[in-house]
Design a protein around this ligand. Sequence first.
Ligand code: BDR
Ligand code: CA
Length: 327
Amino acid sequence: MSNQIQSQNSVQGRHNVIIDCDPGHDDVFAIGLAASFCNILGITSVVGNSIIENTTTNALIAADVFGLQNVPVLMGAKTPLSGNVDHVTQAHGASGLDGPARRTPRTKLDSRDAVDFLVETCRSNEGIWIIAIGPLTNVALAIRADRTIVNKIAGISLMGGSITHGNVTAAAEYNIWFDPQAASEVFDSGARIKMCGLDLTDQLTVTGKFASELKAISTDASQFCAELIDYYQGYAAKIAGVTGPDALLVGAPLHDPCAVLALTHPELFTSERMGVKVETTGTHTLGMTLADTRPWENHSDSVIEVMRTIEANEARQIIVNSFKNAK
Ligand code: BDR
Ligand code: CA
């Protein structure tokens, strides 16, 4: 039985969102997109791409870059609930955001605890989307603190997992592998989930051309983000072993913006409802998202919507235009 969903071509209002993130180059692009298309109620940081001090500073820098100084930025979990503390210094550098000259953020850190903020904000505003683009530690802790928020939020749009290959291991994607216990609790919570896994986000690649398009816009945000891409795409070329002029043609996957676009531009996606479980143990499969793809199982009433395909050309254009329109 087919659980295919063709997302509707509808004009959406601005969603109220909290962005839970571990910036991270691609996280910054997700924050920028959300600044253009969503009403951001807060940005919560989590350990992942770098130590919590760095991901928090990077979230503050992103708030500066996109004119979000009035949006609360709060520090979240320092360590995963279970798991694998291994920062992605290869792809994101020691700061988590290598490339552009390091900035001192002007946006001030909100001193409240990120998990308390998530709980309070989800309680007092019905229908929020949590956009979760790092390990799911903060989100799991918020659900542990108050399970009723699962029914108060509209859902969780997340970048994590995969129904095919992993990136840290053959089976596991980084955000889930970093904290499998948290991910398992979130996937089992009953909350509505839009899952942008690696098999989806690997379709949204950017090359040197994308960086050139950003440079041509000539705003501080576009220059900063172009320099992020120079670094991030350069790393993709390096691991692909491509040098010289051809290096600029290598595609680097821009994972995290997919979790924003899944909300704001659903017409770009096809999706399928599936049962998905997270492996919290396993010799070879720790952190794997195991999707039940048995064709005879009907998951049409599953709360987990797995995003399968994205119109990548249109998505890239929307990202570039968001910088132009923010001028
Ligand atoms: C995910 O891991 C991080 O490195 C990226 O920011 C993204 O959220 C991709 O596996
Ligand atoms: Ca991320």
